[in-house]
Design a protein around this ligand. Sequence first.
Ligand code: HGY
Ligand code: MN
Ligand code: MN
Length: 431
Amino acid sequence: MNIADLQQPKEGDARMNIADLQQQAEEMVEWLAAYGADPEGGVTRLLYTSSWIEAQQAMDRKMRAMGLDTYYDDAGNLFGRIASEDPEAGTILTGSHVDTVKCGGKYDGAFGIIAGLLALRYLKETYGPPKRNIEVVSLCEEEGSRFPLTFWGSTNITGTAPTDHIAQIRDSEGIPFVEAMNKAGFGLGHYRSPLRKDILSFIELHIEQGAILEREQTTIGIVEQIVGQKRLTIECSGEANHAGTTPMGWRKDALRGASQMIVAIMEAADRRGAPLVATVGKIEVEPNVSNVIPDKAAFTLDIRHPQGDVLDAFCEEAVAICFAAAQDRGLQVKVNQHLDVRPVGMDASLLRSIETICQAQGLPYRLMPSGAGHDAQIMAAHYPTSLIFVPSHRGISHNPAEYTSKEDLAAGVQVLIRLLYELGYEKETIS
Ligand code: HGY
Ligand code: MN
Ligand code: MN
């Protein structure tokens, strides 16, 4: 594979066959999507499950076949590496998460790993050993789709993982987090400590998961800021009773109380208006049978906003709504907040480098915020970090219909190759 006018081709630059790159990117997306393919045509690859283990093992083989040295850390992050000849050199890290939501798409997270793999193979084949180590990481978990915990991969790397929280958490089948982790072979000290002190910068390539780029016929999104995000679980407890013999005024109906809370929270979000978003994505009812008044109703609440103070104020308002409704319905209520990620800006100097690369490569681009959470927002608090988007067709994501064209995939890889070249081979020092 050789590279074509990425930007001021250097002597020794071969010519990249763009059609090859497009085909390889598309084929690798399909290859990875087979791990966790579900009957609805989506992908379900949840942390430490068999499809997750098979995907990481396949990715390990693929990384080695593509010429990288590979290793795991003890959380289950998998790294592919091109080593510098300088033993003191730091590391430029790229990549994204290998886990998915339930019945998700083929590109969310996966594309960032695949792009990194294609970029590192090209760089090693064309330029040999870099000045600084360059690695691509298949991060073990970001979505929070199996356990009430998110960013498990990137928070382990930055040393901010909620390790005190994991002893209590279980998935919806009651499997404890630590048991699942140990069964998958991790958390046992068999691999290196996840904490990294050698990372110089983190670059994440990701699908936009929104419709702006496609609507504006723009190929590259350069993210300036990622919204802050809070995730809570609200548990209502009432009294199970007979659906036929219990008058309405005598009930302690947990589901009616939860419903009242949810409607009131959504109306409060409407009043607050954009760009605040609030989502109740999951609700569990017990005993969940048609002729018993529910005594338990637990729902999740995901709140996002680009300003930390507004995010905090709305969260307080939502919690107050829950306690008021519980009192009104004679219920007990427990509110657990298990995620609080602050809004964060991306690195200005990396942002400028990416702009210059897009201009040189003649790629239409725009600066933009990210309404989705990403590992980049965890990394950004510790290293110079950038997040680069490629378009999502019709803005659809977290859905089997998620799609990005091979042309747009390849354009993202080209930008990544050039940026990693500058960071890993060219610049004497980087911020
Ligand atoms: O939920 C999110 O924003 C991301 O897709 N995990
Ligand atoms: Mn996602
Ligand atoms: Mn993602």
